[in-house]
Ligand binder design. Sequence first.
Ligand code: GAL
Length: 708
Amino acid sequence: MKKVEKYGCYLLVLSVCTLFIQWTNKPLEPASEKYPVKIINERNLMEVGSYYYPEQWPESEWERDIKNMSELGFEFTHYGEFAWSTMEPEEGTYQFEWLDKAIALAEKYNLKVILCTPTPTPPAWLSYKHPEILIKNAEGRTIQHGARQQASWNSEVYRQYVEKIVTEMAKRYGNHQNVWGWQIDNEPSHYDSFDYSDNALIAFRQWLKNKYKTIEELNRVWGNAFWSQDYNHFDQILIPNAKELVQQPNPHAILDFKRFTGDAVAEFVVWQQELLKKHISPEQWVTTNLMADHSIVDPLRFKELDFVTYTKYLVYGSDMGYGDQGFRMGGSTALGLANDLFRPITGQTGVMELQPGQVNWGTYNPQTLPGAVRMWIYHVFAGGNKFVCNYRFRQPLSGGEQYHYGIMQTDGVSVSTSGKEYVQVAQEMKKLRKEYNPQADMPVQHAARKTAILYSVDTRWETENQPQSRDWNYFSHIHKYRKILQSYAVPVDVIDETHDFSGYPVLIAPAYQLLDKELIGRWKRYVEQGGHLVLTCRTGQKDRNAHLWNEKFAAPVYELAGVNELFFDVLPAGKYGVISSDKSNYAWHTWADIMTPVDGTDVWAVYSNQFYAGKAAVTHTRIGKGTVTYIGADTEDGKLESDMLRKVYAQAKADIEDLPEGVIMEWQHGFWIGLNYSSEEQTLPIPANARIIIGDRTLQPAGVVVWK
Ligand code: GAL
């Protein structure tokens, strides 16, 4: 070949390669204003990473570990959220050379880095110099240095130190090409303790002043004439604390204190985002990692972040799952509900921590079932997460989490059994990427059953405070509905009221206790235009201030439910009521709204014992082009709710599946994903002409199948 031809060929190959590289790196859709960058190139579907703590290991082992991480197929790592004392060993003395090295090693081995602000773990010198930054528990005891999350988000002094360390980090790494994005703090939540310190008290009073403006208005909303609780001015108000009172605190004060705490933590995190964004490149994103289902923190208050991620552990002796081996896999709605709650917050999400196998901190810490970790990762994928990060790469040899599995065993070089499951998925993800068709639309039949669950944190907090029955639990009530929807293979978004309802053929508002008439109007319009609304027990009993209405009990829901009277009953332990519908009977125990229907209302189920036998338990009305179904009872096994919902989907002319307990079928990115959380072998209803890409039609417990 002549020299010139050779050169031409070379140029051609070079430009094709360049084009290809540009094409694969190009975001497929234009980035919206809110997201200067997409989290990942969509073609990568979901990226897989692992936590590493350089400060916890001899420097001589870092390169070996990072290289291993990369060779095992991980694509990013995660540094720094607990390293404040290494970054600033003494006040004002910053040491980042170690982190520079660790980031450079990650870069050398093609691992992007998520960098964290170390604010959950202020160093000892800070707590010693400024003990006023520490939180107090309900007994008034100061929480000492020695674990984590002991500093008050409301402490101005703590914030001065936070500002300094965060700014130092932002300046140093905000334009580093290998820093992918930032995690603020770690599970900011005080691990479900409320803060009763003076910092919190001062901030709470200010929050109340901002909200109520006058003490008279606060007295009115809190109903303070009751038990002579009227205040003369805001400075008399204390944090409501059952430990300091002989009877229950004012429920409106409690609700406001929970709202205040939810606002305070979100404000602390968003404030850190602002500190970062003064210095970091617009290519780097900012998030935080919230525990998926803890009550103190409301993920929906974090909308100002680029996106919100969650952390999840499933096997620690609490959730027994399904069947004999269920305790080794956990329940099937744990990840499902977290996916559906976090994804709609800003439209994209990731999982920052996922259990790597056996852990150390549960009531019981059994081994996970072989395959369970892999199944969870596929569940995360099925929920549309852009990345999943394993907690953690190496099993710690010292400190508070010995016995906590990592990808590597205690020797640091042997891959653990569950680590192998991560490695397997990292490989399989490559196969899926090749099969990815960005143009694939959700199958029509699947879209027709799309359902939203309307979530209200105010209702959650209020009913936790005033449950009326020891067995009532708002979040379990939601899980129950989510589980039924899972058995129908219905795609779900868990949304709040800021979302438009009209894109969902079915909208379920479980136990929506606190509302206003504007929401009732929105629901009615949704139904008139053809939506199928499902309301469940406890809905509409109170206004937004958690006052009962100065009308008949729960009057605002009467028109939608087609009733003219409603009262409720709850039964003590061991007592069950009976409900009948068609030829079936159902037992209930936790909650029953007992309704008197008006003419024209269909009664789908009635109470068949107790003194109100014959009254309606489930009503169904048609309004305009749509329907409302009011399911008044909460049953333990969910059978009543399931049978009623089946009828709702029939009304909506939406086909649904009938999957066994623990079996999941979700559609994501053009793939169908089947998972088996049950303890038995299951065969999925996969169409004969489907092409199976991973797994098999028949699933063993913890099995996974992916098809097109
Ligand atoms: C998480 C926490 C991590 C680690 C992990 C252990 O809740 O965010 O830092 O403690 O638990 O399972």
